[in-house]
Design a protein. Structure first.
Length: 134
């Protein structure tokens, strides 16, 4: 990306991503994801995810996910020497209604720790889903 502002350097976004899945058994799928990105705003983001999907009964799945993310803000972002660490956990149920529809519910927790205490927070998230395809 090229900027008109001469005080800001031109930058390209760089992204590297790996997603691995392993079918542990006929009903259990494990996942591992790693991603690193340096975006146009010069924020270095690194994400780690562990996931599990287990078929409890026919068409009923238990989904879990643990995540850890870091954000490093470089000096030209205006947040000099700031680093955020995010922790997340989620558990949910998903039911395949038929070939075209699925429904789900999940609950999650998110925590952010930061070197700037005004950016720290935690929250609980409850989600309801209804997904269809044509």
């Amino acid at each position: 990306q090229e900027f008109d502002d001469e005080d800001r350097e031109d930058v390209d976004s760089v992204l590297a991503e790996v997603d691995l899945s392993y079918k542990y058994s006929g009903k259990h799928l494990l996942g591992l994801g790693v991603q690193r990105e340096i975006n146009a705003d010069r924020i270095i983001q690194t994400d780690y995810d562990l996931s599990s999907t287990y078929e409890l009964q026919h068409n009923l799945f238990l989904n879990t996910r643990l995540s850890y993310d870091t954000y490093e803000f470089t000096p030209d972002t205006g947040d000099r020497n700031r680093e955020d660490k995010n922790y997340g956990a989620k558990i949910g149920l998903e039911y395949l209604l038929n070939q075209n529809w699925r429904a789900g519910v999940d609950v999650g927790y998110f925590l952010r720790e930061s070197t700037d205490s005004s950016n720290e927070f935690d929250r609980y998230i409850i989600g309801l889903q209804l997904t269809g395809k044509l």
